[in-house]
Write a protein that binds this ligand. Sequence first.
Ligand code: ZN
Length: 320
Amino acid sequence: MSRVLSGIHHVTAICGDPQRTIDFYAGLLGLRFVKKTVNFDDPGAYHLYFGDAAGGPGSIVTFFAWPGAPRGRMGVGQLTALALAAPHGSLGFWKRRLESEGVPVQGEEERFGERLIRLVDPDGLPIEIVASDPVERHPAWPVGNIPEDVAIRLVHGVTATIGTLAASASMYESELGFRELGSDGRRRRFETGHGGAGALLDVVDGAGDSRGRIAVGQIHHVAWRTPTDEEEIAWRDQLLASGRFVTPVMDRQYFRSIYFHEPGGVLFEIATDPPGFARDEPLESLGTRLMLPPWLEPYRGRIEEALPPVHLPAIVRAAR
Ligand code: ZN
């Protein structure tokens, strides 16, 4: 098979408090808030998107906000860590910045030859910041007290914890075109597309561990990139031909998507690069207004009334 996914498109997680999530990802980590919208399948809940200055595929981390919902349980059949890529030499900056805001940081440590630090977000979601040199350049979003040469610009990869690793590994390689890079204890690393930062899938052997439950503080799914609608349809046909259950192509307004579970139970999406986040608002003002798809626009009044107001942090707290 010759079809290859070009890398990670986005990672979607679940948060409890939308404002706290904006403060953490836009304020503290310095990602751009690129889209304020609702969960199209549940328009009473926010869907918040963060990314690089251009909102480019590969940089995107998104959250469904479930205020008042319980925390999930980390375990087998889930994505159990989100890794973000930062430039070489920046980990000291990030460690100091996070700790000065009361966020405990573990590391530095090394994995597959790269240095990283680990932390959890305000909902307990495990985050890794990995010093790496990505193949693809992403423009940093200027935030007052984060120098451009340390800015986080893209998703480095994700970690899945899987109970039956052989079945998952076999699907990644034979059906999805991933390549195995190596192993380190219970962890195996796969890459796709150009490889390296932005294209990595780590799989941890969770045989014997208990199953996770997805709720607040958990990653909901990872989306892999494909460049065109034709490729998306070809992926769908190929997965169906392999006997996988795959959703129809869904219009997510900023990309078009199909969803399926890999054999370990993790939800995968394949999302198209086009049309992108500047589809319905100018690039300069991304994320400043609640955007709704045409089919929800008639209900804007009712939707806005039900959502808690959120705002951008005033460049977090003062530079240190
Ligand atoms: Zn998605």
